[in-house]
Design a binder for this molecule. Structure first.
Ligand SMILES: *[C@@H]1O[C@H](CO)[C@@H](O)[C@H](O)[C@H]1NC(C)=O
Ligand SMILES: *[C@@H]1O[C@H](CO)[C@@H](O)[C@H](O)[C@H]1NC(C)=O
Ligand SMILES: *[C@@H]1O[C@H](CO)[C@@H](O)[C@H](O)[C@H]1NC(C)=O
Ligand SMILES: *[C@@H]1O[C@H](CO)[C@@H](O)[C@H](O)[C@H]1NC(C)=O
Ligand SMILES: *[C@@H]1O[C@H](CO)[C@@H](O)[C@H](O)[C@H]1NC(C)=O
Ligand SMILES: *[C@@H]1O[C@H](CO)[C@@H](O)[C@H](O)[C@H]1NC(C)=O
Length: 588
């Protein structure tokens, strides 16, 4: 009941124009400050002078982070390693920093798991993955940089397997186990990021490593009987012309049929109980574009070849992405504790290097997401792990509200800078939709051209997050619905950062993607996780995801606001709106 009172829709116009309304405005600010004060006392995160530090996204206290590495669950404890510079807020001096958790949300630092110490990694310990050997030992394959600055692959295992925290790691005396040689003609500057290995029914291990030959990106395949002696296969698992270097490949099976359960990386299919079919996913991080792309396809374990279901463009930069915003170097692991596959990703800054140095840190990780194959079989679906909902505290709820053309409605009663919001829009009458110009094939370009301030018919409608009181700053996450040339609806989802900050030195590019959903037949949903400088948005129950970094100057701490809006010429119904303040996670 109380939450209903806390919730109210405000017509913004009354607040920001004219002296007559100052009284209302002051009253409003005062109630916000109250919220802010109580929030600082209890839960909101940002420390003095650090308005962009996150409250519930993973980041260490200071310095640079990038790729996460070797995530796993061992003896009931989750382990996360990540590329970390102990000496500053820019890339360099990379070690594997290590944290553990029991819920993937609250983390305890465990020191450095792997750091330069031997000739095979003295000039760098770069990304890699964990594989569970048959006796249950978690084995890490990682890329080392040798004194000649060549990229080689090394093995490390826990010093004490009884220690659930796996603090100390021992390197194999035979390292490097895979290296460029004149015979194998592997480019020593383009050979990195081994995946989790998988074992075939022939008891032979396989692993892939990112590489390229000229402009052809490839997943180089190695095999081994004992995990120590590795032989390069005569062909890559997969390669694609014109894509450049493939970093951080990830290769894993998914269930066909809309099941949300995950599978162990070595599961191949027919032997899995109660299951009709398995497909495989190959994800690569394209070094040229800094985007994570994936295809869904078939893996033939007899010849060790992966074939995407849709050839051609699907492999290239126009293919599918995990996330259409700022997002890179992701990795999944199978969580046997909860029978799910978890996806983790690195989110770079969008600020200048000078700003990163000034604030003393750079890089965050996304909220871990559960990932599975959509029942269409054509794409993956992602959703924040259920554990994040434990951070929800004070919430507001509104059953149904008409959003009139050109209206902005404030959602009060939550800490708008650290929140979780879900909004859903009722079915739309597509006869009113704008026609999609056949030349509008690039969703990001379309979002750039048609930002939140360009009025359409059905849309833009959605959320304005991290907004300042009088809308000088806001990040707009919204949908626009068009009628395609075949008469079918085309849904565009955008994250428009153009007004996110008055600081023009940041990268404020707009992001966008088309969403495979029919809003004439089902309600269109949007969930956004807001955390000071990161905005993670999930469209249509996780079919499309966009992550953005923003650095407002006004909309910080207690002065951030949250709004629902509709800037189309047609009314839309917000059939449901729920928002929660989020507690701070314990991340040491
Ligand atoms: C490689 O390592 C050697 C020995 O530690 C060091 O002198 C050299 O500067 C390093 N090179 C690079 C590029 O880091
Ligand atoms: C290994 O770890 C276990 C569990 O933490 C501990 O009891 C044991 O003393 C450790 N062994 C050594 C040799 O450190
Ligand atoms: C090897 O990779 C490096 C780094 O991308 C590139 O500069 C170089 O041209 C490549 N060499 C060959 C022979 O392809
Ligand atoms: C990270 O972001 C900065 C600032 O936008 C950019 O200059 C840099 O190239 C990015 N690095 C990667 C690896 O994405
Ligand atoms: C869809 O939206 C309508 C309002 O337009 C609402 O009555 C209905 O409950 C919503 N359905 C779901 C499943 O949320
Ligand atoms: C809605 O469109 C009008 C007209 O283009 C624009 O002035 C206004 O800023 C837009 N609202 C938002 C939230 O972008």
């Amino acid at each position: 009941m109380a939450s209903l009172n806390l919730f109210s829709f405000f017509a913004l116009l009354f607040l920001c124009h004219g002296a007559l309304h100052l009284q209302a405005s002051h009253h409003h600010v005062y109630s916000r400050l109250q919220d802010g004060v109580s929030a600082v006392g209890s839960s909101s995160s940002s420390s003095k002078g650090q308005p962009y530090r996150t409250g519930y996204h993973f980041q260490p206290p200071k310095n640079w982070i990038n790729d996460l590495s070797g995530p796993m669950i061992y003896k009931g404890i989750y382990h996360l390693f990540y590329q970390y510079n102990p000496k500053g807020a820019v890339w360099g001096n990379i070690v594997w920093a290590h944290s553990t958790s029991t819920d993937l949300i609250n983390w305890t630092p465990q020191g450095y798991g792997i750091y330069p110490s031997h000739p095979s990694d003295i000039n760098g310990t770069w990304s890699g993955s964990t594989t569970f050997l048959q006796d249950g030992t978690p084995a890490i394959l990682y890329t080392g940089i040798n004194p000649k600055n060549q990229q080689v692959q090394n093995l490390a295992v826990p010093k004490n397997r009884s220690d659930p925290y796996l603090k100390d790691w021992v390197k194999n005396l035979k390292n490097p186990l895979m290296a460029p040689t004149p015979q194998n003609r592997i480019n020593a500057s383009s050979f990195r990021d081994p995946t989790t290995a998988w074992m075939g029914r022939d008891k032979i291990w396989r692993v892939i490593i990112g590489s390229k030959v000229d402009r052809k990106g490839m997943a180089v395949l190695y095999t081994s009987k004992d995990f120590v002696n590795w032989v390069r296969a005569d062909h890559p698992l997969h390669s694609t012309d014109g894509t450049g270097m493939w970093e951080c490949p990830d290769f894993f099976p998914v269930l066909v049929g809309g099941y949300k359960n995950g599978l162990d990386t070595s599961k191949l299919g027919p032997k899995v109980k109660h299951v009709l079919k398995v497909k495989h996913v190959l994800k690569v991080s394209l070094d040229d574009t800094k985007h994570d792309h994936y295809t869904i396809g078939k893996y033939d374990p007899f010849v060790d070849v992966y074939t995407p279901d849709h050839d051609g463009l699907a492999d290239q930069d126009l293919g599918m992405r995990y996330d259409y915003g700022k997002y890179y170097a992701s990795k999944t692991f199978f969580d046997w504790g909860k029978n799910r596959r978890i996806l983790l990703g690195w989110v770079n800054e969008s600020s200048t290097e000078d700003d990163d140095v000034a604030k003393g840190w750079a890089g965050v990780h996304t909220i871990p997401r559960k990932i599975w194959l959509d029942k269409s079989g054509k794409q993956l679906v992602q959703w924040p792990i259920e554990e994040v909902e434990k951070l929800r505290e004070k919430g507001v709820k509104k059953p149904c509200q008409e959003l009139k053309p050109g209206s902005v409605h404030e959602v009060t009663g939550v800490t708008a800078e650290q929140a979780d919001v879900e909004i859903s829009f009722g079915k739309l009458d597509l006869s009113k939709a704008e026609k999609l110009d056949p030349s509008w094939t690039d969703p990001q370009a379309l979002c750039t051209r048609k930002g939140a301030s360009v009025r359409g018919a059905l849309g833009p409608f959605g959320l304005l997050v991290l907004g300042s009181k009088c809308m000088q700053e806001y990040t707009a996450v919204f949908f626009r619905v068009f009628q395609g040339h075949d008469g079918k609806p085309v849904v565009l989802m955008c994250s428009d950062q153009s007004k996110s900050s008055r600081n023009d030195e940041n990268d404020k590019a707009s992001y966008g993607t088309f969403v495979d959903v029919n809003p004439a037949l089902e309600n269109l949903s949007l969930r956004t996780l807001i955390d000071h400088s990161i905005v993670e948005s999930f469209g249509a129950h996780g079919k499309s995801v966009i992550t953005a970094r923003v650095y407002p100057l006004l909309a910080i701490d207690g002065a951030a606001h949250l709004y629902a809006f509709n800037n189309g010429t047609q009314s839309v119904k917000a059939s449901r709106l729920s928002a929660w303040s989020m507690k701070k996670a314990r991340i040491g």
